[in-house]
Design a protein around this ligand. Structure first.
Ligand code: GRG
Length: 297
């Protein structure tokens, strides 16, 4: 069995090649839009969400060729969310993944449209891509899950709460709710889409994926909050300290740095525990949970 770091690298290479072949060439008209879509999607990012799709899918025996489709779909939604999040009307960031943000490299209108088109494309491939060899009913389930995760009850809703909360104090329960939506929902659905790429998975296993993905979704965001305090620009690919500058409520702010780290550890333990019904097949997901809370970027 290859080492965990090699398996992660393979997932990253695999999803980048799958995205590269699916995104239209930069020369396709309107070329500035297609070029911007490629600019923000390819060449960068840890590919945590795609890796979760592959790891969950492999745990239930789904083939990688079919998993490429949901892996691309979650990375397309993620890329769109980053482009919109960086816009002047939201976080107004200049750097993302170590290079100029989309609206800096192109312009605001192109960035807005590139995000819109990436989001649509995620659903288009889930609906139509022939490599996803599941029934039409299962495709529909997968599309609905992704739509819910990205929509007003999920990521977009979490972002709305986040934007409204600058300079205000949230309770821990409100902060957790915001994080579960803003970041947790897409992490959770990445795991579920991997599991749904195989039909007829037993209920006990689906429940294990559900519990695992909720715990790591929250742990991911707590770690992100911690990195904003302790990380450095070279490894993060963006300037740390942005949350504090914008007066955003975060775990370290609300509970202190060491309590925030302890909360991430507890969630890590919960994630590992919840994998029991998967037996040995949960090994890779367990390693990914560790990677998520121990990462430096
Ligand atoms: C605009 C609808 C809309 C939503 C934006 C996810 C999000 C909501 C905004 C991103 C802001 C942000 C930096 C949130 C912290 C957690 C997070 C999503 C970090 C970036 O994800 P990584 O670390 O990035 O997986 P890479 O570049 O590795 O893919």
């Amino acid at each position: 069995m290859p080492a965990f770091s090699d398996r992660l690298k393979r997932f990253k290479t695999r999803v980048e090649s799958a995205l590269d072949t699916r995104l239209l060439p930069a020369a396709t008209s309107p070329s500035h839009l297609h070029a911007a879509m490629r600019y923000v999607t390819l060449d960068g990012g840890k590919r945590v969400r795609a890796s979760l799709v592959y790891a969950a899918g492999q745990a239930v025996g789904a083939p990688d060729s079919a998993l490429d489709v949901p892996a691309c779909a979650v990375e397309l939604i993620h890329a769109y969310s980053l482009v919109h999040d960086d816009l002047p009307c939201m976080d107004n960031d200049d750097l993302r993944r170590g290079k100029p943000t989309c609206h800096r490299a192109y312009d605001q209108a192109t960035a807005l449209l590139a995000g819109d088109a990436l989001q649509s494309y995620a659903f288009e491939i889930l609906a139509n891509d022939p490599m996803l060899t599941v029934s039409a009913a299962q495709r529909l389930r997968m599309i609905a899950l992704l739509a819910q995760a990205a929509g007003s009850h999920g990521m977009a809703g979490g972002q709305a709460i986040d934007l409204a909360s600058g300079g205000r104090t949230l309770t821990l329960a409100q902060l957790e709710d915001m994080h579960l939506r803003k970041t947790g929902a897409l992490i959770r659905v990445s795991v579920l889409l991997g599991a749904f790429t195989r039909e007829g998975v037993e209920e006990a296993k689906l429940e294990a994926f559900e519990k695992y993905s909720r715990a790591i979704g929250l742990a991911f965001q707590i770690t992100d909050d911690i990195l904003d305090v302790e990380g450095n620009a070279a490894t993060l690919g963006k300037k740390p300290g942005g949350d504090r500058e914008r007066g955003k409520p975060t775990y370290p702010l609300l509970m202190g740095l060491s309590e925030a780290k302890a909360r991430a550890k507890t969630l890590h333990a919960q994630a590992l525990e919840s994998l029991a019904p998967l037996g040995d097949n949960g090994g890779l997901l367990a390693e990914l949970a560790g990677f998520i809370i121990e990462r430096h970027q």
